[in-house]
Write a protein that binds this ligand. Structure first.
Ligand code: CP
Ligand code: NVA
Length: 305
């Protein structure tokens, strides 16, 4: 029996556990497409706490729970007042009395850790200002499908040193793939997260030059320049990230069979062009679909016990 209760960070799992979850997700997806869906969570409920907007996270968890025979409750930003109307610890204990699991999208990473500490039922991180582990798990599933492996490949991350870059660094610290980050000065990832990944994996590098990062890349990954909560900085960020657009020229410097990924929502014309989003290298909609398949594996692992 695995010794984890929650899924708050890619680093909550060993390499072997991550690979096993990906294999489980892939098998469940294949079975579902063959008309053999699982009802492993029949009668179980998931409380979904949102402090920020969402399309993919909400829908993939809600539909995923329904497919597994369970039910998911959507709790909008105004409903719970996490840490404002009521303390995080009290909310964790109350939700755990009604539900078999909690999924939370919050601003402060500490809040999701606190939910995990106080809840008796599993807690899943649906994005914080620090990381987005469910997204990177779905991304790895997508890479596995398209490349046949998540190791011995090169991933180029072009963009902001924010939550997605942190989960990518966390993944590179666990799995054997090269991760080349191209990030403008002033927008670097958290220094400890970077150095921990670089110490575990000599293939982790950071450059200011997107052209250098994408050379020989099997995967080019990007994310918005302005994350949720940073809207007031949008103009300044557009200037700082000039030259970091994933366009045809940049994509042309990678391997011929490179796949281009974006967690979405995309700001077309900023971090990625229409031509690339809608072109032959793009796997962004497979990636969006895989949010559900990857998370169903996590839900069954954590709540199906
Ligand atoms: N990628 C992602 O988490 O999308 P949402 O913000 O729409 O949930
Ligand atoms: N970095 C983005 C990811 C959205 C899924 C944000 O935090 O808004």
């Amino acid at each position: 029996m695995a010794d984890y209760k929650d899924f708050l960070d890619i680093r909550d799992r060993t390499r072997e556990e991550l690979l096993a979850t990906l294999e489980f997700a892939r098998n469940m997806k294949t079975d579902l497409k063959a008309g053999k869906g699982s009802t492993a969570l029949a009668g179980k409920t998931l409380a979904m706490v949102f402090q920020k907007p969402s399309t993919r996270t909400r829908i993939s968890f809600e539909v995923g729970m329904w497919q597994l025979g369970g039910y998911a409750l959507y709790l909008a930003p105004a409903d719970i007042g996490l840490g404002k109307r009521e303390s995080v610890a009290d909310i964790a204990r109350v939700l755990a009395r009604y539900n078999d699991g909690i999924m939370a999208r919050v601003f402060e990473h500490e809040h999701v850790l606190e939910l995990g500490r106080w809840s008796d039922v599993p807690v899943i991180n649906g994005l914080t200002d620090y990381n987005h582990p469910c997204q990177v798990l779905a991304d790895l599933l997508t890479i596995l499908e398209h490349k046949g492996t998540v190791e011995d490949i090169k991933v180029a991350f072009v963009g902001d040193g924010n939550n997605l870059s942190h989960s990518w660094l966390n993944a590179a610290g666990r799995l054997e793939f090269d991760l080349s980050l191209a990030i403008p000065e002033g927008y670097d990832p958290d220094a400890t997260t970077y150095s921990e990944a670089a110490a575990a994996n000599p293939g982790v590098t950071l450059t200011r030059d997107p052209r250098e990062a994408v050379e020989d890349a099997d995967v080019i990954y990007t994310d918005t320049w302005t994350s949720m909560g940073q809207e007031e900085e949008a103009e300044r960020r557009r200037e700082a990230f000039a030259g970091f657009t994933v366009n045809a020229e940049l994509t042309g410097l990678a391997r011929d069979d490179v796949i281009v990924m974006h967690c979405l929502p995309a700001h077309r014309g900023e971090e990625i062009t229409d031509e690339i989003m809608d072109g032959p290298h793009s796997v962004v909609f497979d990636e969006a679909e895989n949010r559900m398949h990857a998370q169903k594996a996590v839900l069954v692992e954590l709540m199906g016990r």
